[in-house]
Each structure stands twice: as C-alpha cells, then as structure tokens.
Design a protein around this ligand. Structure first.
Ligand SMILES: [Zn+2]
Length: 298
C-alpha cells in the first residue's frame, strides 16, 4: 500500500511513503503515532511528531538522575554493573576506531556525564553537549564536569575534534541532516563519528512489532537499520568503518516490550526473548537490538 498523499521523505525528498507501523507511546502519553518508510532511502520515521518546543509533556523522567550513583537492591546493582561494563566498552571503541589513546572528543547528548567523565579521566579533552538543564546540573555536581547547551554547538571551532560520539541520541534528533553537516565541519580530516542507535531489523524488533520498546514514539523520530543509517551518513561525507552490536540492549528492550504487551512474568519472558536475540546477533551483527557505528570523515 503506497500513500501518495503523504509528504515527501524528510531526508531524501522521495515520494510514495509506505505505512510501516502504528505505535503507541507506552511510557508517557499513551498517544498513537504512525511510522512511515521511505521507498528510496528506506529510513523509517515517526509521522507528524511534536515540534521541538512541544516535546516537554512527552519527556521521560531520567532514571539515572533519580538513582544518583548509589546502587540499591539487586536491580540497582545489576544496572550499575552493566553501565560500567558498557562505559568501558565505549571507551575501547573510541580508542580502537580513532587509533588514539587521547585526543579531542565531542560528546553530543551527554546526559548525566558518566561517559564524558570517564574519557576525561583517561586524558581526553572532552566537550559535552546536553539539552536538559537537570542533566547538566547533575554532571556539574557529580563530576565538576561542565556541559554546554545545544545552541553552543554552533560556536565551536570547525576542524578541531578527533571524534564525536552520540550514544542513543541520533534517533531523537529533530534535524539529522543539519546535525551531520555540522559534525562533518567540526571533525578534523579523517575524524571519526561514533553513534549507537536501535536497529529496526533486530530479532527483538521483528518479534515484538509495534510493541517493540525501542520505537519509543514520539521521542524517537527516526528508526534506522544498518543500511538506512549508512546511506544517510554516506550522503553527508562519511564512510562506514566498523559496526558492532551493543550486547545488553536486547534484554532491556525485550523486558520493556513484554511490559508494553502487558504479559504476565514480563521480566522472565523478556529475558528469554532478549537472550534469543542476543544469541542470533552473535553470528549476525545486523540482527542486534542496537548497533554502534563508526564513520570516518572522507
Ligand atoms: Zn528517503
């Protein structure tokens, strides 16, 4: 079914958008949003999401802010253990992909600043951008790490960063074209753009359909698979160097998806489905729940 009435693709301008799914904002508003797929660049996007200035009612409370840095109970301890493992893995990805042990890093969408803090501890010169005041405040109090607001992105010196990181941020962005152009300008020649995004081709995404928690409408405006994200990055002067799976996301997303379905024993069922998805991704990275991509500036 092709709906010629839909507006052209916001990224490539192709017409003939294809209905992809009808998803619900299970976490906050309970409102429904359609997803469309572009027949040309294959990106899936949320149809008519709220404007940037109208997003406040849809924002989730940041769990990390609530928890601070003192783990309580089994879930809290597990969360902190996994978070620390992932932080180390992210650090390793940055070092491996840049072939550097230190350098200049822009962390876009730095949230509460744990990754920025870790990289600073390892000698990197880190600039952090975060749009939420509460997160910036948290990072200042917790790590004495100063973060800047999004508009400051446009005052940064072009050609000065060895690497730019975005951990589960790009799918939220309102202006992906503009952001990628800016990143291209800010990176040094040969600089690396590293981003992690949910993968709509993953085993768990296919299994849960519109209940898949990583659609997370309307906060997620873009829904990528490896092919659509790589095409977009290529169109902005980047070459894909490497991609790898994020191993724990399938468990977390599957448990949330089971809750969206209101299944009994959601945690257990989610862990089983998460395990299956994780297992499949061992031999096929393209089926991983989330993927980390490293793009090099051409
Ligand atoms: Zn398109």
């Amino acid at each position: 079914m092709v709906y010629q009435d839909f507006k052209p693709c916001p990224l490539c301008g192709a017409s003939g958008q294809i209905p992809y799914a009808n998803c619900t904002d299970f976490m906050v508003s309970k409102e429904s949003f359609y997803l469309l797929r572009c027949p040309d660049c294959c990106v899936v996007y949320t149809l008519d999401p709220p404007q940037e200035e109208d997003m406040k009612p849809y924002d989730k409370l940041n769990l990390k802010l609530k928890l601070g840095d003192s783990p309580n109970g089994l879930t809290g301890k597990l969360y902190y253990h996994i978070r620390n493992l992932m932080l180390k893995r992210k650090e390793k990805i940055v070092k491996t992909q840049t072939y550097r042990t230190t350098g200049s890093l822009l962390n876009y969408g730095a949230k509460t600043g744990f990754f920025s803090h870790l990289m600073e501890k390892h000698g990197w010169k880190v600039t952090s951008i975060e749009k939420y005041h509460e997160e910036r405040q948290f990072s200042m109090e917790m790590f004495q790490h100063r973060m800047i607001d999004v508009p400051m992105l446009y005052s940064l010196q072009p050609g000065t960063f060895d690497v730019i990181t975005m951990w589960h941020v790009f799918e939220h962005t309102h202006h992906p074209d503009e952001l990628l152009n800016k990143f291209y300008e800010l990176l040094r020649p040969g600089g690396v753009l590293i981003m992690a995004c949910p993968n709509i081709n993953s085993t768990d995404a296919i299994h849960y359909g519109p209940f898949w928690a990583a659609y997370d409408v309307p906060r997620h405006r873009w829904h990528f698979n490896p092919s659509s994200l790589t095409t977009l990055a290529q169109n902005h002067g980047f070459t894909l160097m490497h991609h790898e799976r994020m191993p724990f996301d399938s468990f977390y997303i599957s448990v949330l998806s089971e809750r969206n379905l209101r299944h009994r024993m959601a945690f257990l069922r989610g862990m089983i489905e998460g395990l299956y998805s994780w297992f499949v991704s061992l031999s096929n990275r393209g089926k991983s729940s989330s993927i980390v991509y490293a793009f090099r500036k051409r």
